[in-house]
Design a protein around this ligand. Structure first.
Ligand SMILES: [Ca+2]
Length: 254
């Protein structure tokens, strides 16, 4: 298989049949819950919690986290922000689908019902998936313009043009934002995080900081809170697709 200069060669000694047969025999007739139970009896402690969290289909798990964050009295805004700010467009679509399947209502409507003001706008904007997160393309001219616009919408004026911040943070890709924040530091002589803290408050500040960190840290898709630990590195290597930050947090592993 050749793709973009990468060549993968099959081993000349590899014969899939005996391995497939052994696996098939081992897995045959085991229902997923039984597999989870068997794993639980074989494992212990943090590693057990991690594996069990990973057995839960990822989007259903996040849908449940969001639902739990909104039901009952009050809203755990931090959980909603963390999940929505750190997922790709495709992941958000899958989470919305899982939410509607499991709870019979629209995630967007439930979030609108539970939040208000600029926080509601930023969350709905993220959910609508207008963010370009696949191309990885950075337009240096646009990055400079965005940095100037952010400066003009915050530090340069008294008060803050929150919608300008929200629009740039919610529609640009993580790689583009990295470049924007770099330019911003040259223009403003301070980091974008410091400006978020000066210009916004409480949950909107938290949302912007979460998005900002995702733009800054290459590890952010493993753990959007920006903590890089041995475990998060191992997890990235071991499970390149499956684990989500929420799952790692719940398992107490990262
Ligand atoms: Ca200001």
């Amino acid at each position: 298989v050749e793709q973009e200069g990468v060549t993968v060669k099959g081993s000349s000694h590899f014969n899939p049949d005996p391995d497939t047969e052994t696996l098939y025999k081992a897995m045959k007739g085991i229902a997923p819950q039984d597999l989870t139970e068997s794993l639980k009896s074989e494992l212990s402690g943090k590693f057990e919690r991690l594996i069990v969290a990973l057995m839960c289909p990822p989007y259903k798990y996040e849908a449940k986290e969001l639902h739990n964050a909104m039901k009952g009295l009050g809203t755990k805004e931090g959980v909603i922000i963390e999940i929505l700010a750190s997922r790709t467009k495709h992941q958000l679509q899958e989470i919305m689908k899982a939410y509607e399947e499991d709870y019979g209502s629209s995630l967007e409507e439930d979030i609108q019902g539970d939040t208000s003001g600029y926080l509601e706008r930023i969350l709905v904007c993220l959910l609508q998936g207008s963010r370009d997160d696949m191309s990885g393309y950075v337009d240096p001219g646009l990055a400079l313009q965005d940095a100037q616009d952010l400066y003009a919408a915050g530090e340069k004026i008294s008060g803050t043009d929150e919608m300008k911040f929200i629009t740039i943070l919610c529609t640009r890709s993580a790689t583009h934002l990295m470049k924007v924040f770099e330019e911003y530091e040259n223009i403003a002589n301070k980091s974008i995080e410091d400006s978020f803290k000066n210009e916004t408050h409480s949950s909107l500040e938290e949302a912007m900081l979460t998005i900002g960190k995702r733009g800054c840290s290459p590890w952010a898709h493993v753990c959007p809170q920006g903590q890089v630990t041995l475990e998060s590195v191992l997890l990235q290597g071991l499970f390149p697709v499956l684990p989500t930050c929420a799952q790692c947090h719940v398992s107490g592993y990262v």
